[in-house]
Design a protein around this ligand. Structure first.
Ligand code: SAM
Length: 278
């Protein structure tokens, strides 16, 4: 069996101390490290004392480079893939390489660590039981509005990456599509000196960020609370779930559980339950 392995290694998203011990060990022991940018990753590797040779794999040469890397893996060499920050393949190159390695029956193993989307979600205060990650939205407003429009009724928490020069325009479009009242979070410069996590309505976030140019700098994750089901749209299925639970549990617990199952506010369900009891 080929002893080679392709390791997908997460690196920090700002704070270099977030590299894992295992990431350092793997980066030291592999024959080659595929990086997005040799200068950028060279600094990290120097910081952690890794002298393994690097090769560049970025979005412009991925198809060509994959063939060479698969050849080396096929001869028994091990390769680690890292990106400029966070977890490779998450809005970063690597998908074609992983697909080709799996097709060639080469072992692919993750060395997990930071990813901005998970870091942001974990502190957002928005529902984290179900979410969707959309990566970067289209650059231009027309495309962005179209994409956001397709997500307007999404009930799961929505997560996006955004660049500093588009942050205000993007929040403006989000306000237009989701409404000024929708809860959202701006997670900026996570793990870095100017880390800012602001949780408010889209309308208030927009006013806040427009008023302070400093808050428009750096790296951003934007999170939007999913659309809550309106009480009027409480469907017969939700009522059936609530009624069934009410047969076995006190109303408070029944509405809490029904809220978890249906995504409808527990107070709404409690009120419906009360009406049914009367
Ligand atoms: N692979 C990375 C990951 O796992 O998060 C993401 C790479 S993507 C090219 C870079 C984008 O991720 C940035 O433009 C920003 O939206 C987000 N990001 C990366 N680091 C961040 C940080 N420290 N704080 C907030 N957002 C960050």
């Amino acid at each position: 069996m080929n002893p080679a392995c392709l390791y997908i290694v997460a690196t920090p998203i700002g704070n270099l101390a977030d590299i894992s011990e295992r990431a350092v060990q793997i980066l030291q022991k592999v024959d080659l490290i595929a990086v997005e940018d040799t200068r950028h990753s060279g600094k990290l590797l120097q910081h952690i004392g890794v002298a393994t040779p690097m090769t560049a794999l970025h979005e412009h040469n991925e198809s060509r480079k994959v063939e060479q890397l698969i050849e080396r893996l096929s001869t028994g060499e091990s390769i680690a893939l890292i990106s400029d920050a966070g977890t490779p393949l998450i809005s970063d190159p690597g998908y074609q390489l992983v697909k080709a390695a799996l097709a060639a029956e080469i072992k692919v193993s993750p060395i997990p660590g930071a990813s901005a989307l998970v870091a942001a979600l974990s502190v957002s205060g928005l529902p984290s039981d179900a979410f969707i990650f959309e990566g970067f939205l289209p650059n231009k407003s027309a495309g962005r509005l179209k994409k956001l429009g397709m997500l307007a009724d999404e009930s799961r928490t929505l997560i996006f990456y955004e660049a500093p020069h588009r942050i205000v325009a993007c929040l403006q479009d989000m306000q237009q599509v989701f409404g000024a009242e929708r809860k959202a979070v701006v997670a900026r410069e996570l793990t870095k000196t100017f880390e800012t996590i602001k949780n408010d309505s889209l309308g208030n976030l927009l006013v806040w960020i427009e008023a302070d140019a400093n808050q428009q700098r750096g790296e951003f994750v934007l999170l939007i609370q999913g659309k809550e089901k309106e009480p009027s749209t409480v469907d017969t299925e939700a009522e059936f779930i609530l009624e069934t639970l009410m047969q076995e549990l006190p109303l408070k617990q029944a509405s809490q559980l029904a809220a978890k199952i249906t995504g409808i506010k527990k107070n709404t369900l409690y009120q419906i339950g009360l009406n049914k009891k009367q």
